[in-house]
Structure formats: structure tokens, C-alpha cells
Design a protein around this ligand. Structure first.
Ligand code: AP5
Ligand code: MG
Ligand code: ZN
Length: 217
């Protein structure tokens, strides 16, 4: 099963991809997480992408596609791509890379959420510094404030969570990523989930969609 999770920053792609990867035994591949790990690890890739992440701007297409090709497509037969592709050129590069291997996407799940909601979610998000699990101070709080339920590590605020940077990310999304909704609709691959609902309801709807895609295979 080869899936793409599409949606605005804050739509819940990462939250749902983590759940669905576990539920269906798929690799959860988040370009955002790959880039953040590279920055934290001080690699050459990290040095190149840091200013883009901090400013809320997209990393150049060629570089992003190369990273996905090498770290995901060559390594994993079944995956959820969370946060890639994010531009039309990236979508075409993905298609080329898959076609070259005689493969194709099974579906694109689009998490639909308005910008106001996205803003509230992103400015209240905290992330575990250890295992990477997502929380929200109001909507998905941990049992003990500031501490990860799963691994006990400290919860931190991502460096791109200020109102100003979130606004930039939402603009980048509108300009460069939203056209993919039409692109994947025309390709007959798009399935839409109403992402305004509770995490459990969104998970339920997503799970049903993935099951129906598996039956189509
Ligand atoms: P990335 O890490 O992908 O960030 P993003 O798209 O901005 O998405 P987020 O992770 O912010 O949101 P999400 O949809 O995963 O939501 P989440 O589950 O966390 O990318 C970061 C940067 O890397 C980019 O800005 C760019 O620089 C670079 N980059 C990455 N990919 C790239 C690419 N392909 N090309 C170029 N550059 C790239 O949920 C958000 C919050 O809401 C959480 O607090 C969560 O607890 C809460 N929440 C989740 N679901 C619900 C719900 N149903 N109800 C209430 N609260 C909820
Ligand atoms: Mg994410
Ligand atoms: Zn943790």
C-alpha cells in the first residue's frame, strides 16, 4: 500500500499517519521529520534545509524529491508519505520515480481543514523530544503537563510555531500545495476526510478509507 497524506499544515497528517502506520503496518515517512532530524543531527542536509524550516518556506523540489527517493522509495515497499509531495513538480517527480520501478500510488488522503482551525492547532502543538509524538495543549493534552505519555520525555514547541511563521507556512500551502487537490482528483486518486472532527473520528474515517483502498487492490 502506497499512500500520500495531503493537507494544510496543522490538518493532522502527522497525528493520523502515526496511527495508521501502526494500524496497517506501513512505514510513516514524514519529510518534515526527516528534515528536522537532519537539522538536530547537524548533517550537511540539515545545514542546507535549516533556514527553510525556520522561515516556514518549502525546501527546493529537487532536493526534497532526492531525499524521498533515497530514504523512502528505495527502502520501503509500503508507506504513508506525510508532507510529500507539496508542489506540482514534486508530484510529477514522485510519479516518475515510482513508474521507473513499475509502481504507482494507491491513493491520496486529503485532510480538509480551514486556515483558522489550522492556526489554533499549530500554535498549541507540543511535540515529544524523545519519540516525536504530537500533542495539543488544549485538544490532545498529555496526562501530565509537559511530559510525554508514551516515553516520559519532555514536550517541546517546534521552532516554526510562532504566529508569523505559521502564517507563512499557510501561505506557502495555499500557493504551492493546494493545487495538488485538483491534480489528484483528476488522477482519480483523491479521498477526502473532514479533518475538523475529533482525533478519534478522523482516525475512524481514515481507517475506513484505507480499508476500502486495500479491497480495491
Ligand atoms: P512538516 O513537518 O510537514 O509540517 P507541516 O505540513 O507544516 O505540517 P504539520 O506537521 O505542522 O501539521 P500536521 O498536518 O502534521 O498536523 P499534526 O498532526 O502535527 O514540514 C515542516 C517544514 O519542512 C516545512 O515548512 C518545509 O520547510 C519543510 N518541508 C517538509 N516537507 C516538504 C516538502 N515536501 N517540500 C518542501 N519542504 C518541505 O497536528 C497539528 C496539531 O493539531 C497537533 O497539536 C495535534 O495534536 C492537533 N490535532 C491533530 N488532530 C486533531 C484533531 N482532530 N482535533 C484537534 N486537534 C488535533
Ligand atoms: Mg506533521
Ligand atoms: Zn515521547
Amino acid at each position: 500500500m502506497k499512500l500520500v497524506f495531503l493537507g494544510a499544515p496543522g490538518a493532522g497528517k502527522g497525528t493520523q499517519a502515526a496511527e495508521m502506520a501502526k494500524r496497517f503496518d506501513l512505514e510513516h515517512a514524514s519529510t518534515g521529520d526527516i528534515f528536522r532530524r537532519a537539522v538536530a543531527g547537524g548533517s550537511e542536509l540539515g545545514a542546507t534545509v535549516k533556514s527553510y524550516l525556520d522561515g516556514g518556506r518549502l525546501v527546493p523540489d529537487e532536493l526534497t524529491a532526492r531525499v524521498v527517493g533515497r530514504m523512502v522509495l528505495e527502502e520501503e515497499p509500503d508507506f504513508i508519505l506525510d508532507g510529500f509531495p507539496r508542489t506540482l513538480p514534486q508530484a510529477r517527480l514522485l510519479e516518475e520515480m515510482l513508474n521507473a520501478r513499475g509502481e504507482e500510488l494507491d491513493g491520496v488522503i486529503y485532510f480538509e481543514l480551514g486556515h483558522e482551525d489550522a492556526m489554533v492547532r499549530l500554535t498549541g502543538r507540543v511535540v515529544c523530544g524523545g519519540c516525536g509524538r504530537n500533542y495539543h495543549v488544549k485538544f490532545m493534552p498529555p496526562a501530565e503537563e509537559g511530559v510525554c505519555d508514551r516515553c516520559g520525555d519532555e514536550l517541546i514547541v517546534r521552532s516554526d510555531s510562532s504566529r508569523e511563521v505559521v502564517e507563512r507556512r499557510l501561505r506557502e500551502y495555499e500557493e504551492k500545495t493546494e493545487p495538488l487537490v485538483g491534480y489528484y482528483t483528476r488522477a482519480g486518486l483523491l479521498k477526502t476526510v473532514d479533518a475538523t472532527r475529533s482525533p478519534a473520528e478522523v482516525s475512524g474515517a481514515t481507517e475506513e478509507l484505507i480499508k476500502s483502498l486495500m479491497n480495491d487492490e
